[in-house]
Design a protein around this ligand. Structure first.
Ligand code: NPW
Ligand code: ADP
Ligand code: K
Length: 488
């Protein structure tokens, strides 16, 4: 997991890194430019029209100048638009890269840019170094960059966006942001989605250990982190080791929620899955998920289950059932959907929730529970205080879902796809997290593996089906995610 530092810490990190590795800051900038260019070549952008690079006076501009030089070597025609008045204001590494620019690369002041001539724009005007409100000229430069209607790729950050805060005044609207070493916090906030575009993280040789010495409770979860969170099963593992889980889900007209979470729990590897459903609706489960058993409220022994997930489609008239469950069951549970709305209507239930339980609200459910938030940072802070006070875990769902742990750490997920913004995806996730809990995973392990693999299964289903991907398609991809991660 990569620690997410503040923008101001980047220069300290750079200093530590270049001292530790015995390299120059110019060499680090070259590494960043090479990483960008590797990604650019992999994407196979067209070279039929020239590329315009807007380069500022700081190190972000230095990156842009190095990128222009490297792209030219690969046959791209680059034109640099300088966003500085005189060369005396350049940072040292920006100046070095300006000197290294081949004479074949034409340079013009930024205001001479004519958007008709270019196939793509690279925005290397401002990065993590902006301080205070943007100056008037900076706003005009950003407007000029935004006048280009084709693909704009921002280097490190869309120019004008601050690395650590929510909101922006003037800002480049990038289709893609290629960021270095770690994703800047602002790139993960939903209110910035329309300016950050697709997020690409480029490794510039700074290790997780080098980031670890900084104080931050924000992390970014990557594919390579997942195998270590998994429990190992062995040759003699039996059905009991894979857990016995219960999903309290579904009601008349909403039995699909129960079927989806039960199927997802099986596909995640549960040995036994039971569904607590209304008696008169049982046939739906027994035909759509024949592997599952049905249990009914009057004859239930909750403590017989290794883990319980409650909420998808149960309806809002189940307050008494929820209270009874919270009083009688003492292991961590997963609470989603209607269970969360019932919780927001009955705050006294909060003290009854077993420690280390997992609440999985989407943004609407989050606001019902914790009140309106102006920014995502405010939301994260509310979640952190709640998790630490109650010793509970909260998953704030959306693109880059955030796993908020009881110890105060907050982990942004990197997997997922916009094709997942469709009905039933949350029910699938509830089934997956409950399944991992039932297999003996800690709440942190269940959340990390469940959230990442849910997103990965969504990406894989989205790659196959595109628009029209169903929650059921995502369930079918869950076993593939284990293979893709090398987890048996
Ligand atoms: N480890 C990494 O991640 C690596 C990071 N690297 C790269 O370094 C970048 C950071 O570079 P940095 O520190 O030089 O700052 P940068 O973003 O270029 O901005 C400075 C310029 O902004 C200007 N400016 C400031 N405030 C302003 C305002 N309000 N309104 C208008 N202008 C304003 C300021 O002008 P000044 O105020 O000084 O006149 C100056 O010209 C980082 O984002 C990444 O791309 C890689 O090269 C290597 C590894
Ligand atoms: N644009 C997106 N990118 C990544 N993941 C997404 C996106 N939209 C939705 N998801 C994921 O899909 C799930 C939707 O959950 P939820 O809103 O509870 O759906 P439902 O209530 O329909 O079951 C969440 O896990 C969320 O993170
Ligand atoms: K930029």
């Amino acid at each position: 997991m990569i620690k997410i530092l503040s923008g101001a810490e980047v220069s300290i990190l750079d200093k530590h890194h270049i001292q530790g590795k015995g390299i120059s800051s110019h060499q680090l900038m070259e590494k960043a430019a090479e990483g960008f260019v590797d990604w650019f070549l992999e994407k196979r952008f067209s070279s039929s029209k020239p590329i315009a690079l807007f380069c500022g006076a700081g190190n972000n501009g230095g990156d842009g100048l190095a990128i222009a030089r490297l792209l030219t070597k690969h046959g791209f025609q680059c034109v640099v638009f300088t966003c500085f008045a005189d060369e005396g204001s350049l940072s040292e590494d920006c100046r070095i890269n300006l000197g290294l620019l081949p004479s074949a690369i034409r340079k013009f002041p930024w205001n001479e840019f004519d958007s008709e001539e270019f196939g793509l724009v690279i925005d290397a005007y401002l990065g993590v170094g902006i301080k205070g409100p943007l100056r008037e000229e900076a706003k005009s430069i950003i407007d000029k960059i935004n006048s280009f209607k084709g693909i704009k790729v921002s280097v490190d950050l869309p120019s004008g966006l601050s690395a650590d805060y929510s909101g922006f005044d003037h800002c480049v609207h990038a289709e893609v942001t290629v960021t270095f070493a770690f994703p800047k916090l602002a790139l993960l906030l939903p209110e910035h989605a329309k300016v950050t575009g697709e997020l690409v993280l480029v490794d510039i040789g700074i290790s997780e250990e080098e980031l670890e010495v900084f104080h931050s409770s924000y992390y970014y979860l990557l594919k390579k982190d997942i195998p270590a969170f998994h429990k190992k099963f062995h040759r003699f593992s039996h059905k009991g080791d894979f857990g016995k889980v219960l999903l309290i889900a579904g009601s008349r007209g909403k039995m699909g929620a129960a079927a989806l979470s039960a199927k997802a729990a099986f596909r995640t590897g549960s040995g036994l899955v039971s569904c607590q459903v209304p008696l008169e609706e049982r046939i739906i489960i027994q035909t759509s998920v024949p592997e599952a058993m049905c249990v009914f409220e009057d004859s239930i022994d909750w403590m017989a289950f290794d883990a319980i997930g409650v909420g998808p489609g149960i309806g809002l008239d189940q307050g008494e059932l929820l209270e009874k469950l919270l009083r009688e069951y003492d292991r961590p549970i997963v609470m989603d959907a209607d269970a969360l709305t019932l919780l927001s209507r009955n705050p006294s239930f909060l003290d009854l929730i077993p420690k280390e339980s997992i609440l999985t609200p989407h943004l609407g459910e989050f606001e019902r529970l914790f009140g309106k938030c102006r920014t995502h940072l405010e939301r994260l802070e509310k979640a952190r205080r709640f998790c630490m006070n109650y010793k509970l875990n909260v998953l704030i769902k959306g693109a880059n879902s955030v796993i908020c742990l009881a110890d105060g750490r907050q982990i942004f997920n990197s997997s997922g796809s916009h094709f997942m913004a469709t009905a039933g995806m949350g029910d699938v996730l509830t089934g997956m997290i409950t399944s991992f809990l039932g297999q003996g995973y800690s709440s942190e392990q269940a959340l990390v593996c469940g959230v990442y693999q849910h997103g990965l299964a969504g990406e894989m289903a989205g790659d196959m089906k595109g628009r029209g991907t169903l929650a059921s398609d995502v369930i079918e991809m869950i076993p593939e995610t284990f293979k893709r991660l090398g987890v048996s």
